[in-house]
Design a protein. Sequence first.
Length: 232
Amino acid sequence: MFITVENLKKSYQAGEGKNEVLKGVCLTLEKGEVGVILGPSGSGKSTLMNIIGGVDHADSGSIRVDGLEITALSDDKLTDYRRNSIGFIFQFYNLVPNLTVAENIEVVSNISKSALNMDTVLKAVGLETKKRSFPRELSGGEQQRVAIARAIVKNPKLLLCDEPTGALDYETSRGVLSLLQKINRDFGSAILMITHNTAIGDMANKVYKLRGGEIVETVRHDETLAAERIEW
Ligand SMILES: Nc1ncnc2c1ncn2[C@@H]1O[C@H](COP(=O)(O)OP(=O)(O)OP(=O)(O)O)[C@@H](O)[C@H]1O
């Protein structure tokens, strides 16, 4: 198994008491699979993803990514893991406004051990001609493509996507989902995606439904739908 999350628990302090945000979450993903985490606001989706991405710490439980036990890593090793193994994509693209498209991508490729070639990545996201543009000169969909290029340039084992289409219209969303599907196919990165949109689950090999910090249902698809065919 490529990713195994076992009995993951996380609480935050809330006044005098504790807010139990993850109550023993388990999930698995094979190499190159797409997983979707569906759940209402506050169900713990971002917390789960942050812990898998090495941005936050669990209270207990285990996460293995390609044989590496994340919960046991020192801070330095966790930084290495975040820097080299994980690509992050968010709803709001988090681009640096005064850097060009190429420079935004270089911020990441310069510190990655096995960075891909800039032109390969720009071609993969269809932005060859926008290399010298600034984010303000791009549409929302194009900015998200830059964010995707920045995430994949490090050649990550796992792409973590938190509502990647949350700020985009219907057609642009489908374009971004289709691009993620193509990247999954061509680069072999596993994808774990958070969404409120149940229809997006149809493009995933596995759908995990999270409610109140627990996985209440797991759906496995033997066949996945091409993003262009998803409707909502
Ligand atoms: N750093 C933190 N400190 C304290 N509480 C937190 C922290 N991060 C998240 N929480 C709490 O954990 C709960 C789950 O938050 P989380 O962001 O994981 O939910 P979510 O399912 O991603 O929600 P949304 O869809 O609205 O983004 C919420 O009650 C939130 O207030």
